[in-house]
Ligand binder design. Structure first.
Ligand code: FES
Length: 193
């Protein structure tokens, strides 16, 4: 089933059988599901995918999407359609920290391009790439709604605003020291102005 749904991506039945939400994640998923009537369970898909992405390494593999479909009792293709539409879901492995630098008007006018070039040079990667140590992935994003404090970047649930090269240095150092996966569901997000 999965191999047909997910096209050319390999589908590993053994991996699929090993995928299971932790108790804590499943409790969160059940809470999300309870917000919707049973016939509208598909409406829970977006937040459940965020939980899945945070739980299974920062990306949604074909096996993870298949599992989410089972949990929500919907078709795997319905999960894939949504996951492949929104840029917040990663369909390929990413680093523990995905840096999303806003490149829209306000940020662009205030030096977003320089910030992107600076990070590229510092991490020795280009936009769309991941560092060899698996720590950072660099992306650009469209307006993240923080235009008044441009330039800015998002990493997981955290916003880092009024960016300077010095702030970027400190940020990368901090994330590297913490060394853990950052996700949109982080409860310990820290916004810096
Ligand atoms: S233009 Fe960058 S946050 Fe809006």
């Amino acid at each position: 089933m999965g191999a047909q749904v997910h096209g050319t991506q390999d589908f590993d039945k053994v991996k699929r059988s090993e995928i299971k939400f932790s108790e804590e994640a499943m409790a969160t998923v059940q809470k999300i599901i309870s917000n919707y009537p049973p016939e509208k369970i598909k409406s829970a898909l977006l937040p459940v995918l965020h939980v899945a992405q945070a739980e299974f390494g920062g990306w949604l593999s074909p096996e993870t999407m298949d599992y989410v479909a089972e949990v929500l009792t919907i078709k795997p293709i319905e999960v894939f359609e949504v996951a492949s539409f929104y840029t917040m879901y990663n369909l390929k492995p990413v680093g523990k920290c995905t840096l999303e630098v806003c490149q829209t008007s306000s940020c662009w006018l205030n030096g977003a391009e320089d910030i992107v070039r600076y990070i590229e040079k510092k991490l020795n990667i280009k936009v769309g790439e991941t560092t060899k140590d698996g720590m950072f992935t660099l992306k650009t994003a469209e307006c993240l709604g923080s235009c008044g404090t441009a330039p800015m970047l998002q990493c997981g649930a955290s916003y880092h605003e009024n960016l300077t090269f010095e702030k970027v240095d400190a940020l990368l150092e901090q994330y590297k020291n913490e060394g853990r996966l950052r996700s949109y569901t982080d409860k310990d997000y820290h916004n810096t102005l």
